[in-house]
Design a protein around this ligand. Structure first.
Ligand code: ATP
Ligand code: FE
Length: 346
Protein backbone atom coordinates (compact mmCIF):
# COMPACT_ATOMS: atom_id res chain seq x y z
CA UNK A 1 0.00 0.00 0.00
CA UNK A 2 1.35 3.40 -0.99
CA UNK A 3 -0.02 6.40 0.94
CA UNK A 4 0.71 10.02 0.02
CA UNK A 5 0.64 12.26 3.11
CA UNK A 6 0.17 16.03 2.93
CA UNK A 7 0.82 18.37 5.88
CA UNK A 8 0.07 22.10 5.74
CA UNK A 9 -1.27 23.01 9.17
CA UNK A 10 1.20 25.73 10.08
CA UNK A 11 4.30 27.08 8.36
CA UNK A 12 5.83 23.97 6.81
CA UNK A 13 4.62 22.45 3.56
CA UNK A 14 5.36 18.75 3.58
CA UNK A 15 4.60 15.68 1.47
CA UNK A 16 5.63 12.08 2.07
CA UNK A 17 5.12 8.67 0.55
CA UNK A 18 4.94 5.54 2.68
CA UNK A 19 5.00 1.94 1.53
CA UNK A 20 2.93 0.41 4.35
CA UNK A 21 4.78 1.73 7.42
CA UNK A 22 8.08 2.36 5.66
CA UNK A 23 9.06 5.87 4.57
CA UNK A 24 10.00 6.18 0.91
CA UNK A 25 10.20 9.99 0.96
CA UNK A 26 9.52 12.87 3.37
CA UNK A 27 9.96 16.30 1.80
CA UNK A 28 9.63 19.45 3.92
CA UNK A 29 9.69 23.05 2.65
CA UNK A 30 10.25 25.53 5.49
CA UNK A 31 8.94 29.04 5.22
CA UNK A 32 11.52 31.74 5.91
CA UNK A 33 9.08 34.66 5.52
CA UNK A 34 8.08 34.62 9.20
CA UNK A 35 11.46 34.93 10.94
CA UNK A 36 11.33 38.73 11.22
CA UNK A 37 7.82 38.79 12.67
CA UNK A 38 8.41 36.84 15.90
CA UNK A 39 5.74 34.33 14.94
CA UNK A 40 3.89 32.82 11.99
CA UNK A 41 1.85 35.30 9.93
CA UNK A 42 -1.20 33.30 8.78
CA UNK A 43 -1.79 35.09 5.47
CA UNK A 44 1.87 34.78 4.46
CA UNK A 45 1.82 31.12 5.46
CA UNK A 46 -1.11 30.20 3.24
CA UNK A 47 0.39 32.05 0.27
CA UNK A 48 3.70 30.23 0.72
CA UNK A 49 1.83 26.89 0.93
CA UNK A 50 0.23 27.69 -2.42
CA UNK A 51 3.64 28.25 -3.95
CA UNK A 52 5.22 25.19 -2.36
CA UNK A 53 2.61 22.50 -2.53
CA UNK A 54 2.95 21.31 -6.13
CA UNK A 55 6.78 21.16 -6.21
CA UNK A 56 6.87 19.48 -2.77
CA UNK A 57 4.37 16.78 -3.74
CA UNK A 58 6.07 16.27 -7.08
CA UNK A 59 9.41 15.78 -5.36
CA UNK A 60 7.98 13.39 -2.74
CA UNK A 61 6.52 11.12 -5.41
CA UNK A 62 9.66 11.29 -7.50
CA UNK A 63 11.99 10.49 -4.58
CA UNK A 64 9.74 7.60 -3.58
CA UNK A 65 10.45 6.09 -6.99
CA UNK A 66 6.81 5.37 -7.77
CA UNK A 67 4.29 6.71 -10.29
CA UNK A 68 1.35 8.70 -8.94
CA UNK A 69 -1.02 6.12 -10.45
CA UNK A 70 0.38 3.57 -7.98
CA UNK A 71 -0.82 5.54 -4.93
CA UNK A 72 -3.48 3.78 -2.84
CA UNK A 73 -4.83 6.87 -1.04
CA UNK A 74 -4.16 10.51 -0.21
CA UNK A 75 -4.01 11.45 3.49
CA UNK A 76 -4.08 15.09 4.57
CA UNK A 77 -4.08 17.13 7.78
CA UNK A 78 -7.62 18.24 8.48
CA UNK A 79 -6.73 20.12 11.69
CA UNK A 80 -5.98 21.62 14.11
CA UNK A 81 -3.94 24.47 12.65
CA UNK A 82 -4.25 27.70 10.73
CA UNK A 83 -7.39 27.61 8.63
CA UNK A 84 -5.90 29.30 5.56
CA UNK A 85 -2.93 26.92 5.60
CA UNK A 86 -5.11 23.84 6.13
CA UNK A 87 -7.34 24.88 3.22
CA UNK A 88 -4.42 24.71 0.79
CA UNK A 89 -3.52 21.13 1.76
CA UNK A 90 -7.14 20.01 2.02
CA UNK A 91 -8.11 21.41 -1.38
CA UNK A 92 -5.06 19.93 -3.04
CA UNK A 93 -5.60 16.51 -1.41
CA UNK A 94 -9.21 16.43 -2.53
CA UNK A 95 -8.53 17.30 -6.15
CA UNK A 96 -5.52 14.96 -6.35
CA UNK A 97 -7.46 12.01 -4.90
CA UNK A 98 -10.45 12.82 -7.09
CA UNK A 99 -8.28 13.03 -10.20
CA UNK A 100 -6.61 9.69 -9.43
CA UNK A 101 -9.90 8.13 -8.34
CA UNK A 102 -8.48 6.91 -5.02
CA UNK A 103 -9.72 7.33 -1.43
CA UNK A 104 -9.20 10.46 0.62
CA UNK A 105 -8.20 10.08 4.29
CA UNK A 106 -8.41 12.88 6.85
CA UNK A 107 -5.89 13.00 9.67
CA UNK A 108 -5.79 14.85 12.99
CA UNK A 109 -2.43 16.61 13.35
CA UNK A 110 -2.01 15.87 17.07
CA UNK A 111 -2.81 12.18 16.66
CA UNK A 112 -0.32 12.10 13.80
CA UNK A 113 2.46 13.52 16.00
CA UNK A 114 1.89 10.50 18.29
CA UNK A 115 1.48 7.91 15.53
CA UNK A 116 4.84 9.06 14.09
CA UNK A 117 6.27 6.46 16.50
CA UNK A 118 5.08 3.69 14.19
CA UNK A 119 6.92 4.96 11.10
CA UNK A 120 9.67 2.56 10.06
CA UNK A 121 12.66 4.10 8.40
CA UNK A 122 14.08 1.59 5.95
CA UNK A 123 15.29 -1.67 7.53
CA UNK A 124 15.04 -0.23 11.03
CA UNK A 125 14.70 -2.78 13.78
CA UNK A 126 14.05 -0.24 16.54
CA UNK A 127 11.16 -1.32 18.77
CA UNK A 128 7.89 0.61 18.60
CA UNK A 129 5.65 1.31 21.62
CA UNK A 130 3.10 -1.34 22.55
CA UNK A 131 -0.46 -0.47 23.45
CA UNK A 132 -1.36 1.00 25.84
CA UNK A 133 1.32 3.65 26.23
CA UNK A 134 1.62 7.24 27.40
CA UNK A 135 2.81 10.06 25.18
CA UNK A 136 4.03 13.50 26.16
CA UNK A 137 3.01 15.60 23.16
CA UNK A 138 4.92 18.86 23.24
CA UNK A 139 4.76 21.24 20.31
CA UNK A 140 4.31 24.86 19.36
CA UNK A 141 0.60 24.82 20.08
CA UNK A 142 0.06 21.91 22.49
CA UNK A 143 1.33 20.32 25.68
CA UNK A 144 -0.52 17.15 26.55
CA UNK A 145 -0.09 13.88 28.37
CA UNK A 146 -2.02 11.39 26.27
CA UNK A 147 -2.99 7.81 27.07
CA UNK A 148 -3.09 5.74 23.88
CA UNK A 149 -5.24 2.59 24.07
CA UNK A 150 -5.43 2.05 20.33
CA UNK A 151 -4.28 3.88 17.20
CA UNK A 152 -7.32 6.14 17.25
CA UNK A 153 -8.40 5.70 20.84
CA UNK A 154 -6.57 8.39 22.73
CA UNK A 155 -7.38 10.27 25.88
CA UNK A 156 -5.78 13.52 27.03
CA UNK A 157 -5.15 13.00 30.77
CA UNK A 158 -3.20 16.22 31.37
CA UNK A 159 -2.60 19.43 29.44
CA UNK A 160 -1.45 23.00 29.69
CA UNK A 161 -3.91 25.53 31.03
CA UNK A 162 -2.13 28.41 29.23
CA UNK A 163 1.02 28.41 27.04
CA UNK A 164 2.39 25.35 25.28
CA UNK A 165 5.94 24.16 26.05
CA UNK A 166 7.14 25.14 22.55
CA UNK A 167 5.58 28.54 23.05
CA UNK A 168 7.43 28.88 26.36
CA UNK A 169 10.70 28.15 24.56
CA UNK A 170 9.87 30.55 21.73
CA UNK A 171 8.73 33.35 24.05
CA UNK A 172 11.79 33.04 26.27
CA UNK A 173 13.93 33.22 23.13
CA UNK A 174 12.03 36.27 21.92
CA UNK A 175 12.58 38.01 25.27
CA UNK A 176 16.30 37.40 24.75
CA UNK A 177 16.08 38.92 21.27
CA UNK A 178 16.50 35.63 19.37
CA UNK A 179 14.61 35.12 16.07
CA UNK A 180 11.51 32.93 15.66
CA UNK A 181 11.27 29.98 16.23
CA UNK A 182 13.64 30.31 19.16
CA UNK A 183 13.27 26.82 20.67
CA UNK A 184 16.11 25.24 18.70
CA UNK A 185 18.38 28.22 19.52
CA UNK A 186 17.70 27.95 23.26
CA UNK A 187 18.69 24.29 22.93
CA UNK A 188 21.85 25.16 20.97
CA UNK A 189 23.11 27.92 23.29
CA UNK A 190 22.02 26.00 26.38
CA UNK A 191 24.42 23.16 25.54
CA UNK A 192 27.40 25.12 26.88
CA UNK A 193 25.52 26.85 29.72
CA UNK A 194 24.96 26.03 33.37
CA UNK A 195 21.35 24.90 33.98
CA UNK A 196 21.63 25.83 37.67
CA UNK A 197 22.90 29.37 37.03
CA UNK A 198 19.50 31.04 37.49
CA UNK A 199 16.27 29.86 39.12
CA UNK A 200 12.76 30.82 38.06
CA UNK A 201 9.49 30.42 39.94
CA UNK A 202 7.89 27.01 39.47
CA UNK A 203 4.20 26.65 38.65
CA UNK A 204 2.04 24.88 41.18
CA UNK A 205 -0.88 23.38 39.27
CA UNK A 206 -2.90 20.47 40.64
CA UNK A 207 -3.24 17.08 38.93
CA UNK A 208 -1.55 16.32 35.64
CA UNK A 209 -2.00 19.77 34.10
CA UNK A 210 0.72 22.22 33.15
CA UNK A 211 1.19 25.97 33.20
CA UNK A 212 3.98 27.90 31.51
CA UNK A 213 2.80 31.50 31.46
CA UNK A 214 4.09 32.21 34.99
CA UNK A 215 7.54 31.00 34.01
CA UNK A 216 7.59 33.36 31.04
CA UNK A 217 6.60 36.32 33.26
CA UNK A 218 9.17 35.38 35.88
CA UNK A 219 11.85 35.22 33.15
CA UNK A 220 10.76 38.60 31.75
CA UNK A 221 10.86 40.37 35.14
CA UNK A 222 14.16 38.75 36.07
CA UNK A 223 15.77 40.03 32.89
CA UNK A 224 14.18 43.47 33.19
CA UNK A 225 15.75 43.89 36.65
CA UNK A 226 19.17 42.60 35.59
CA UNK A 227 19.23 44.74 32.44
CA UNK A 228 18.78 47.84 34.59
CA UNK A 229 22.09 47.05 36.29
CA UNK A 230 23.88 45.83 33.18
CA UNK A 231 22.59 46.50 29.64
CA UNK A 232 24.81 43.68 28.32
CA UNK A 233 23.46 41.13 30.79
CA UNK A 234 21.77 38.96 28.15
CA UNK A 235 24.73 38.95 25.79
CA UNK A 236 27.15 38.03 28.62
CA UNK A 237 24.94 35.27 30.03
CA UNK A 238 23.21 33.90 26.95
CA UNK A 239 24.36 30.31 27.44
CA UNK A 240 23.50 30.18 31.15
CA UNK A 241 20.13 31.87 30.57
CA UNK A 242 19.22 29.38 27.84
CA UNK A 243 20.36 26.39 29.91
CA UNK A 244 18.44 27.61 32.97
CA UNK A 245 15.12 28.36 31.27
CA UNK A 246 15.39 25.04 29.41
CA UNK A 247 15.99 23.25 32.69
CA UNK A 248 12.88 24.88 34.19
CA UNK A 249 10.66 23.88 31.23
CA UNK A 250 12.00 20.32 30.99
CA UNK A 251 11.83 19.88 34.79
CA UNK A 252 8.18 20.88 34.78
CA UNK A 253 7.38 18.57 31.83
CA UNK A 254 9.04 15.56 33.49
CA UNK A 255 7.47 16.11 36.91
CA UNK A 256 3.88 15.71 35.68
CA UNK A 257 4.78 12.99 33.23
CA UNK A 258 6.29 10.85 36.00
CA UNK A 259 3.21 11.50 38.09
CA UNK A 260 1.11 10.16 35.18
CA UNK A 261 3.31 7.04 34.99
CA UNK A 262 2.76 6.48 38.69
CA UNK A 263 -1.00 7.04 38.48
CA UNK A 264 -1.66 4.86 35.42
CA UNK A 265 0.99 2.20 36.02
CA UNK A 266 1.86 2.46 32.31
CA UNK A 267 5.63 2.39 31.88
CA UNK A 268 5.95 2.65 28.11
CA UNK A 269 6.36 6.36 27.57
CA UNK A 270 6.81 8.19 24.30
CA UNK A 271 7.47 11.82 23.48
CA UNK A 272 6.18 13.58 20.36
CA UNK A 273 5.92 17.00 18.74
CA UNK A 274 8.51 19.64 17.89
CA UNK A 275 9.84 20.06 21.43
CA UNK A 276 10.81 16.36 21.50
CA UNK A 277 13.78 17.49 19.39
CA UNK A 278 15.08 19.21 22.53
CA UNK A 279 18.30 17.63 23.74
CA UNK A 280 17.68 18.23 27.46
CA UNK A 281 14.23 16.62 27.25
CA UNK A 282 15.70 13.65 25.40
CA UNK A 283 18.38 13.31 28.08
CA UNK A 284 15.74 13.45 30.81
CA UNK A 285 13.83 10.62 29.10
CA UNK A 286 16.94 8.50 28.76
CA UNK A 287 17.85 9.11 32.41
CA UNK A 288 14.43 7.82 33.53
CA UNK A 289 14.89 4.78 31.31
CA UNK A 290 18.31 4.09 32.76
CA UNK A 291 16.86 4.42 36.26
CA UNK A 292 14.36 1.70 35.29
CA UNK A 293 11.33 3.95 35.72
CA UNK A 294 10.12 3.96 32.11
CA UNK A 295 10.77 2.44 28.72
CA UNK A 296 11.39 5.52 26.58
CA UNK A 297 10.42 6.02 22.93
CA UNK A 298 11.96 9.03 21.27
CA UNK A 299 11.17 9.67 17.61
CA UNK A 300 13.82 10.10 14.99
CA UNK A 301 14.68 13.79 14.65
CA UNK A 302 13.02 14.30 11.25
CA UNK A 303 9.68 13.01 12.59
CA UNK A 304 9.52 15.31 15.63
CA UNK A 305 8.53 18.65 14.07
CA UNK A 306 5.79 18.95 11.47
CA UNK A 307 6.22 16.45 8.66
CA UNK A 308 4.01 14.57 6.24
CA UNK A 309 5.34 11.09 7.03
CA UNK A 310 3.38 11.24 10.30
CA UNK A 311 0.24 12.19 8.35
CA UNK A 312 0.84 9.29 5.98
CA UNK A 313 1.27 6.72 8.80
CA UNK A 314 -1.98 7.86 10.42
CA UNK A 315 -3.54 7.68 6.95
CA UNK A 316 -2.21 4.15 6.52
CA UNK A 317 -3.85 2.93 9.75
CA UNK A 318 -7.15 4.54 8.71
CA UNK A 319 -6.81 3.05 5.22
CA UNK A 320 -6.59 -0.42 6.79
CA UNK A 321 -9.90 0.28 8.53
CA UNK A 322 -11.45 1.68 5.33
CA UNK A 323 -12.03 4.89 7.25
CA UNK A 324 -12.26 7.31 4.32
CA UNK A 325 -13.28 10.96 4.20
CA UNK A 326 -16.08 12.47 2.13
CA UNK A 327 -15.03 14.84 -0.62
CA UNK A 328 -17.14 17.53 1.07
CA UNK A 329 -14.85 17.44 4.15
CA UNK A 330 -13.64 20.82 5.45
CA UNK A 331 -10.73 21.63 7.78
CA UNK A 332 -11.04 22.55 11.45
CA UNK A 333 -8.72 25.04 13.13
CA UNK A 334 -9.09 24.06 16.79
CA UNK A 335 -9.07 20.83 18.73
CA UNK A 336 -12.57 19.43 18.45
CA UNK A 337 -14.05 17.96 21.64
CA UNK A 338 -11.63 15.59 23.30
CA UNK A 339 -9.66 13.47 21.17
CA UNK A 340 -11.34 10.17 20.75
CA UNK A 341 -11.35 11.31 17.25
CA UNK A 342 -12.07 8.63 14.81
CA UNK A 343 -15.45 10.15 15.45
CA UNK A 344 -15.80 13.89 15.28
CA UNK A 345 -19.27 15.24 15.78
CA UNK A 346 -20.00 18.67 14.42
P1 ATP B 1 1.14 22.01 16.86
O1 ATP B 1 1.73 20.70 16.49
O2 ATP B 1 0.75 22.10 18.28
O3 ATP B 1 0.09 22.48 15.91
P2 ATP B 1 3.45 23.18 15.64
O4 ATP B 1 3.11 22.24 14.56
O5 ATP B 1 3.73 24.60 15.34
O6 ATP B 1 2.31 23.11 16.75
P3 ATP B 1 5.80 21.60 15.95
O7 ATP B 1 6.24 21.83 14.55
O8 ATP B 1 5.41 20.25 16.34
O9 ATP B 1 4.67 22.62 16.43
O10 ATP B 1 6.92 22.13 16.90
C1 ATP B 1 7.44 23.43 16.79
C2 ATP B 1 7.86 23.88 18.16
O11 ATP B 1 8.94 23.07 18.62
C3 ATP B 1 8.34 25.32 18.18
O12 ATP B 1 7.78 25.96 19.30
C4 ATP B 1 9.86 25.15 18.31
O13 ATP B 1 10.48 26.23 18.97
C5 ATP B 1 9.94 23.90 19.14
N1 ATP B 1 11.25 23.24 19.01
C6 ATP B 1 11.80 22.68 17.92
N2 ATP B 1 13.04 22.20 18.18
C7 ATP B 1 13.29 22.48 19.48
C8 ATP B 1 14.38 22.24 20.37
N3 ATP B 1 15.49 21.62 19.96
N4 ATP B 1 14.26 22.68 21.65
C9 ATP B 1 13.15 23.30 22.07
N5 ATP B 1 12.08 23.55 21.30
C10 ATP B 1 12.14 23.15 20.02
FE1 FE C 1 2.84 20.08 14.86
Amino acid sequence: IYILGIESSCDDTSAAVLSDTEVLSNVIANQQVHSNFGGVVPELASRAHQQNIIPVIHEAIQRAGIRKEELSAVAFTRGPGLLGSLLVGTSFAKSFAYGLNIPLVEVDHMQAHILAHFIRPKLSEEPVPQLPFLCLTVSGGHTQIVRIDDYFEMEVIGQTIDDAAGEAFDKAAKIMGLPYPGGPLVDKFGKTGNPRAFGFSKPNIPGLDYSFSGLKTSFLYFLRDRLKEDPDFIEKNKEDLCASIQDAIVGSLMEKLLKAVEQTGIRQVAVAGGVSANSALRRAFMAQQEAGVIQAFIPEFQFTTDNAAMIAIAGYFKFLKRDFAEFSVSPYSRVVSLFVCNEFFF
